[in-house]
Design a protein around this ligand. Structure first.
Ligand code: ACO
Length: 146
């Protein structure tokens, strides 16, 4: 198993991972061309890093980190998004190892806080984040479409 930074060449292999994630998340539906465009924008932005777990030449897990700045912290901060481990590989410590690698890389880059959103009922993901030192914020997520 190898954890590495993904590149635009990985987009075709990242799409099945997003299909799995969005079939699971309550708010989103998978659409291949939309998610392809999203990944293309992400790589072109230069403000996000996509991390991939590769096993025997196949991507089995991924996560992305979107960098920003927190005035509250006076420091770089980031949002963790699109965390997914394919079903046959779950419960083997892969998610934890991937996110530990993301955290270590973020720290190296001077990022001092990572935020993440999960479905309220996604206890498995919440346990994963709690185990990595995250705690629940009193803030509520609100969205406005433009
Ligand atoms: N039930 C409850 N908690 C669990 C379970 C389970 N079946 N499996 C793992 N966990 C928790 C435990 O706390 C575990 O730590 P521990 O073993 O020390 O107790 C911790 O997660 C890490 O376990 P891993 O084996 O590393 O987790 P896994 O590789 O299975 O990845 C993940 C966890 C990413 C949540 C995976 O189950 C998954 O892909 N789920 C579907 C997609 C998803 O929910 N993604 C997160 C959405 S939020 C977002 O993307 C920002």
């Amino acid at each position: 198993m190898r954890i590495r930074k993904a590149t635009p060449e990985d987009i075709p292999a990242l799409l099945p991972l997003l299909r799995e994630l969005f079939s699971f998340e309550e708010e989103f539906c998978f659409d291949s061309s939309t998610q392809r465009r999203g990944l293309e924008l992400l790589f072109a932005s230069g403000a996000a890093t996509v991390y991939a777990v590769e096993q025997q030449g196949r991507l089995i897990a991924s996560a992305s980190l979107h960098e920003g700045v927190s005035t509250a912290m006076g420091a770089k901060s980031a949002w963790l998004e699109d965390v997914i481990v394919l079903p046959p590989y779950r419960g083997q410590g892969i998610g934890k190892e991937l996110l530990e690698a993301v955290k270590a890389d973020a720290k190296k880059r001077g990022i001092e806080r990572i935020s993440v959103l999960t479905d309220q009922g996604n206890v498995r993901a919440q346990r994963l984040y709690t185990g990595l030192g995250f705690c629940i914020s009193p803030m509520v997520c609100m969205r406005g479409f433009i």
